[in-house]
Design a protein around this ligand. Structure first.
Ligand SMILES: NC(=O)c1ccc[n+]([C@@H]2O[C@H](COP(=O)([O-])OP(=O)(O)OC[C@H]3O[C@@H](n4cnc5c(N)ncnc54)[C@H](O)[C@@H]3O)[C@@H](O)[C@H]2O)c1
Length: 399
């Protein structure tokens, strides 16, 4: 384990609750593995399902005491708040479908709990703004699990761009393709597909809300620039869908870069093909999620350079968020665990029992990214609905 992950050990484990992640859920179990990885966080309670019986049995399968397997999130917030401060949960992870994020996060903040929420942050931009106000008013922490910012080499890419290695950023290409929503690969079967294709549960977009927003966040995270305006062309290529399953977007960034973002969930045969390329006046870089331990740097006057995870030449962010030596691959769970670990550090600081740490929310997207993500989704949908018009993001992109 890296020096930083050890030195940031809190005085006592950080106590976590979870909403969602019941039987057959996708991301809830990933969150629990990530939270456990560094031994700094303990799951103490949960409301795992809308069905009280399923919630109880899911909690018991995780060895939680029966009284802390709650029938619903409202009961969980209330009962946890009544427990002694040293026992109650300190933060809640929200891993439910999009339409529920706002009410769960809002009720957690109202009871004094920090929030680590899945993306997209809310059902729409208005909810994200309301949450932003509540986060500001309460002074509590809000983290957003844009998983891919947790990869060491994504942090390395960001650091190298920020220090000018590739010069001034001029072009950003972000792509995210999956095939699982294509009829030939199983189409609408399964509950994950059902809610993602339902506007009442997913919001205004399926593909752009589910994965396009990750690509947008990654483009901004690595390039250091914010998307200011965009022109989008969305479609549902499988018949009978009311939300997009594919889309292409042109981007203009606030500091002058131009970009292209495309996302698809009907790209037959693709698994989880997220890739970011950033070009500047001196060079370029290229990172792919399915080969996360390699980062390519490209130069005009010499061969391309391969940067590898775990190596001693990496910068402070990549080093502090790595656990294994070179050639011992870390991946998706570890990237998620980095978000958890950095969030835990921020909570330890907020406990006031330890000396403040410098990197608190570093590399963990927060409430501003939540608002930007929802503004991105709404702009993409509006631009496409208007026949592909340049559309400004309805948020302060410079934040
Ligand atoms: N960061 C990532 O890479 C990533 C990956 C997948 C999903 N997600 C996001 O995670 C969220 C969940 O996605 P999923 O694929 O795991 O969905 P899922 O359908 O597999 O699981 C959702 C779970 O939430 C439970 N649930 C629903 N409403 C609830 C409520 N009111 N109270 C308690 N539990 C409730 C369901 O019973 C289920 O267990 C979505 O917002 C999605 O966009 C993020």
């Amino acid at each position: 384990m890296s020096k930083e992950l050890v030195s940031k050990k809190p005085a006592a484990k950080i106590r976590m609750g979870i909403v969602g992640g019941g039987p057959d859920a996708f991301i809830g179990n990933i969150h629990r593995m990530a939270a456990r990885l560094d031994g700094r966080i303990e799951l103490v309670c949960g409301a795992f399902s809308r069905d009280p019986e399923k919630s109880r049995s899911a909690g018991q399968a995780l060895y939680l005491p029966e009284q802390r397997c709650y029938p619903d999130y409202q009961t969980m917030m209330q009962r946890e708040a009544e427990l002694p401060a040293a026992e109650r949960m300190e933060f809640v992870a929200i891993v439910t479908p999009n339409s529920t994020h706002y009410s769960i996060a809002s009720s957690a903040l109202a009871q004094g709990f920090h929030v680590l929420c899945e993306k997209p942050a809310t059902l729409n931009l208005a909810e994200a703004r309301a949450l932003q106000q509540q986060v500001t008013e309460t002074g509590l922490l809000f983290g957003l699990t844009h998983t891919y910012t947790g990869y060491p080499l994504v942090m390395e890419a960001r650091e190298r761009v920020a220090r000018g290695d590739i010069g001034k950023v001029t072009k950003v290409v972000a792509e995210y393709t999956q095939g699982w929503l294509a009829a030939v690969m199983g189409g609408e079967d399964g509950k994950q597909a059902a809610w993602r294709l339902d506007p009442a549960q997913a919001g205004a977009s399926c593909c752009m809300g589910d994965i396009g927003v990750h690509a947008a966040n990654l483009a901004e995270f690595v390039s250091g620039q914010s998307i200011a305006t965009l022109l989008a062309d969305l479609q549902s290529l499988e018949a009978g869908r009311s939300l997009d399953d594919d889309g292409s977007v042109l981007l203009r960034f606030d500091q002058g870069a131009r970009g292209v973002l495309f996302a698809s969930q009907i790209a037959v045969g693709e698994e989880n093909n997220l890739r970011i390329r950033v070009y500047g006046t001196k060079g370029g870089l290229d990172w792919q999620q399915q080969e996360p331990n390699s980062l390519w740097l490209k130069w005009p006057d010499r061969p391309a350079e391969l940067i590898r995870a775990g190596q001693g030449y990496l910068g402070v962010n990549a080093s502090n968020n790595s656990r294994t030596p070179p050639g011992h691959p870390e991946g998706y769970i570890e990237a998620f665990a980095n978000l958890y670990s950095n969030f835990a550090t921020a909570i330890a600081d907020a406990r006031g029992t330890e000396a403040p740490q410098s990197s608190t929310m570093n590399n963990v997207p927060g409430i501003d990214e939540a608002v930007k993500g929802m503004a991105f989704i709404e702009a993409v949908v509006a631009s496409s609905a208007a026949g592909g018009q340049w559309t400004q993001l309805n948020c302060d992109v410079s934040r």
